[in-house]
Structures are given as structure tokens and as C-alpha cells.
Design a binder for this molecule. Structure first.
Ligand code: ATP
Length: 254
């Protein structure tokens, strides 16, 4: 079916089509389609736009990723389907690996996702031959690479599940997530939670990092001060308040 550009949910419908294609190509798991539906429900409550709280989280995340010693970006089937180019550009900008990590792991799906990332220009892909286990997890999400997730000090784990987020934190890593659900365990446990659609958040994050890179010491100092004031729980509380008020104070919103 061709969706007309004028449709009020054009982007949302195109994103659904992209995920279905990703599923048919073997990148996304069928369960990924359900997880996307949960995300969509929260995106609806956000008015399908990046809100000021997400921008504050993105700015803090940009600073922390840029100043990390060994950052890593975790990639699952939905992430690889929705934004392989953005993930690749972000990793190349940070000179860090994209590590494939799947809950519903099969060697074939790992291979397809790694190939998709390389096709999109990603210079470092890890996770195909994991040599380590994240302590405290007893499913395939525990698998990790010594030259990727295991050695990282800062991990960007978009669309993550709560127990892996907690296990990574328990290892002493600084964890940043992108998740539309502000009440998920991941969003509540991460150090920085960007509550936004990954398709909108990643370009902003990349631009934020590129901008910071171009600033002199003065600019970086300002970013550091803003980062030090960042409090994930406060930002989540403000965002939840925004979500509940948005439609009440604007009853004509579609
Ligand atoms: P938790 O264990 O953290 O409570 P969960 O069990 O809800 O989370 P999953 O089912 O693994 O987690 O789903 C991953 C998360 O990704 C969900 O919280 C969902 O809201 C979010 N999500 C799905 N699609 C997107 C998207 N396009 N952008 C951002 N977040 C998304």
C-alpha cells in the first residue's frame, strides 16, 4: 500500500513498513514488532516529537559519549532495521564499535545485522564472536566481546531490556539508553535516558557530538557543567508530567 505524504501518521506508518521489511529480511525478530508497538504508544503520548527533556538528555549524552575512554553502541534487530546509517555514522564519529547483541539470538541474524551495519559504512562491528559473558545474566544477551562491550566505560544501549541495563551498571559502566517508555526498568535504571523515538534521537545525538567536537575548551567546559547538573530522575519526572498534561491542556490534538 502507498501511504500519502499528507497522512497525519505518515512517518509512523512508514516506520512500521520499514520494520516489517526488516523482519522479512531476517534482521528483526517477530517479537521486535511487538516491542515497537509498545514504543509507538508512548510516542503517541509525546505527540511524536522530540521534547525539551529529551533534548536535555541528548546534550548530556553527547558530552558523556564524547569524553568517554572506550564508548560502545549496542545494536539489536530493531535498531539495525530502523537506523543502520545513523548508528554507523555515530560509531564512526566516536571511533567506537557497534556491538550486535540479541535476546532472540541466532548466528544467522547476528551475521545479517553485522552485514547491514558494514553495508551502512560502520567501521567497527563487534559481537559476532563473543568471548565474554556479562555477569548476572543467564540468557544470550549476556554474550559480549572483549574489544567491544566488555572493555567499554560508557555504553549506549538503545531499546534495551531492564536486566541487561542493570547488569551493565553493576559492572561499573555508565549506561545511556534511548527508550520511548519513561517507566521501563531500563529508563529508570540508566544514567541518562533519552525518552524519544530512536529515529529522531540518533540524528540529534550525532549533531550534538559533532557540535561539541567543534567547540573550544570554553564550550566543552559549559557542556561539562550542564552534564554535572543532569539528574535522570528529575528529567523523567518532568517528562511524565509533560506527557500527562499534553492532551489535557490541548484537547484538539490528533
Ligand atoms: P524493561 O525491561 O526496561 O522494563 P521492556 O521489557 O518493556 O523494558 P522491551 O520489550 O525489550 O523492553 O522493549 C524495548 C523498549 O524499547 C520498550 O520500552 C519500548 O518502549 C522501546 N521502543 C520500541 N521502539 C522504540 C523506538 N522506535 N524508539 C525508542 N524506543 C522504542
Amino acid at each position: 500500500m502507498t501511504v500519502p505524504r499528507s497522512h497525519p501518521r505518515y512517518l509512523s506508518l512508514m516506520t512500521r513498513d520499514k520494520l516489517v521489511e526488516g523482519f522479512l529480511k531476517g534482521l528483526a525478530a517477530p517479537q521486535g514488532l511487538i516491542a515497537h508497538g509498545r514504543g509507538e504508544a508512548f510516542d503517541y503520548l509525546l505527540g511524536e516529537e522530540t521534547c525539551p527533556e529529551a533534548r536535555e538528555a541528548i546534550a548530556a549524552a553527547a558530552y558523556r559519549l564524547l569524553t568517554a575512554q572506550s564508548p560502545v553502541v549496542s545494536v539489536n534487530g530493531n535498531v539495525a532495521t530502523l537506523c543502520p546509517e545513523e548508528i554507523s555514522q555515530l560509531c564512526n564519529l566516536l571511533s567506537c564499535p557497534a556491538e550486535v547483541n540479541l535476546f532472540h539470538r541466532s548466528e544467522e541474524r547476528v551475521r545479517l545485522i553485522a552485514a547491514e551495519l558494514r553495508k551502512s559504512g560502520c567501521e567497527r562491528v563487534t559481537g559476532e564472536h563473543p568471548d565474554s559473558m556479562i555477569p548476572g545474566l543467564d540468557h544470550s544477551r549476556a554474550l559480549a566481546s572483549g574489544d567491544g562491550m566488555m572493555g567499554a566505560d560508557v555504553a549506549l544501549v538503545p531499546l534495551e531490556d531492564g536486566d541487561r541495563c542493570e547488569a551493565l551498571k553493576a559492572m561499573g559502566k555508565f549506561v545511556i539508553t534511548i527508550d520511548l517508555n519513561p517507566l521501563s526498568r531500563t529508563a529508570r535504571k540508566a544514567d541518562i535516558s533519552i525518552i524519544d523515538n530512536i529515529t529522531r534521537a540518533l540524528p540529534e545525538l550525532r549533531e550534538g557530538i559533532a557540535l561539541l567536537k567543534g567547540l573550544g575548551e570554553e564550550g566543552l567546559k559549559e557542556a561539562e557543567e550542564a552534564f554535572e547538573d543532569y539528574d535522570n530522575e528529575r528529567v523523567l519526572a518532568q517528562l511524565l508530567d509533560r506527557m500527562t498534561r499534553k492532551y489535557l491542556s490541548n484537547p484538539t490534538q490528533d
